[in-house]
Design a protein around this ligand. Structure first.
Ligand code: SD4
Length: 337
């Protein structure tokens, strides 16, 4: 089956869519003044307080990240420990342990992390490791590489002290077996109350980091990798500007390099909200079949302003600032479209 056809079928059959530069010191002349006026975000702008934002209704994850920030730790520690809550939650069938498997029953996970210096680490298609986000961080910090895949990623994890375990829970096994029996589904767009987790945090120094972790499209082809762990697509952070992360049909996010696009739009002066809207519209322009899949983005800028936008209703996200978790409903494109 041709790739495009498979993706289209995946959506139609309901295969799980579980699914600045710093210009502060510019003192010399008109040219720099003009540049400063055109550049909204400068590296010395600090949000009033640390904050966390994450895709979906994940109060335990954002509360954990907040707790880490409150302890004076970095945004990097906060996003890692925050998303680990979802990776460990077996009831979340889109992330970590308990994630829904591929067509052949293998739970394969993708995760990536990005720090304030623009360093990135990722693992894709890793099996038997409950916390791929922590392996991604180790790839970033302990290897000369940025991305490890499949068995190599698993071997690296084991050598780094991670214990391999079975990630296919009884509930996910049963869901897979049911899927194998019926083979016809209607499109299911975000019926779950949460999904892939992408998280962005700003710490007390005003530094931004991000993390994204998923079991990907459920019942996917073996070896399929989505957007979540691919830099610029599922996640992007530029500490001088802001960060963005994605959820939904990874193929569409990958084709438009959505998170990088949002950060670059913010660099050019758009608000996080405007930038998310533009990135969703880019997906829609390129994919006439947008009604069959969901894509959602969240973003934060250096000032701590946030934005979110998606194609279809029901995408939501959680923020935590001052220790208070708030779940927000995202605005969406497909209002009667
Ligand atoms: C992927 N973007 O693998 C992920 C899945 C997801 O909501 O986010 N589902 O394509």
């Amino acid at each position: 089956m041709k790739r495009r056809k498979f993706i289209q079928n995946a959506a139609l059959t309901g295969l799980g869519l579980t699914v600045g530069a710093a210009l502060t010191a510019c003192a010399d002349g008109k040219k720099n003044k003009e540049k400063a006026a055109a550049t909204k975000f400068t590296s010395d702008v600090k949000p009033s307080t640390p904050m966390v934002i994450a895709t979906w209704n994940v109060p335990n994850a954002t509360a954990k990240a907040w707790e880490v920030l409150q302890a004076g730790k970095s945004a990097l520690d906060a996003v890692e420990q925050g998303v680990m809550v979802e990776e460990a939650d077996e009831k979340n069938q889109s992330v970590g342990k308990g994630g829904l498997p591929d067509r052949d029953g293998n739970v394969t996970l993708d995760a990536c992390i990005m720090n304030k210096d623009g360093d990135y680490g990722a693992v894709v298609c890793i099996e038997n490791i409950k916390h791929p986000i922590s392996v991604a961080r180790k790839v970033m910090e302990d290897t000369p590489h940025v991305l490890l895949a499949g068995n190599g990623a698993k071997q690296f994890a084991i050598e780094s002290g991670f214990t391999p375990e079975n990630l296919l829970t009884e509930a996910s096994k049963k869901a897979w077996e049911d899927w194998k029996v019926k083979s016809e589904y209607k499109p299911i767009i975000n019926v779950e109350n949460h999904d892939t987790i992408g998280m962005l945090a700003i710490d007390k120094n005003g530094d931004i980091s991000g993390a994204c972790t998923t079991s990907g499209l459920s019942y996917k082809m073996q070896g399929r990798v989505g957007d979540s762990a691919i830099i610029g697509s599922g996640l992007f952070v530029d500490n001088e500007v802001g960060g963005a992360t994605a959820t939904g049909m990874g193929e569409e996010v990958l084709k438009t390099v959505g998170s990088f696009l949002i950060v670059e739009l913010m660099r050019q002066g758009k608000s996080p909200q405007e930038a998310c809207e533009e990135a969703v519209k880019r997906v829609i322009q390129k994919s006439p079949n947008y009604k069959d899949f969901q894509v959602g983005y969240i973003a934060v800028n250096k000032k701590g302003e946030t934005g979110a936008y998606c194609i279809h209703e029901w995408f939501n996200y959680t923020t935590n600032q001052d220790g208070e978790n708030v779940n927000h409903k995202s605005d969406f494109y497909a209002k009667g479209n």
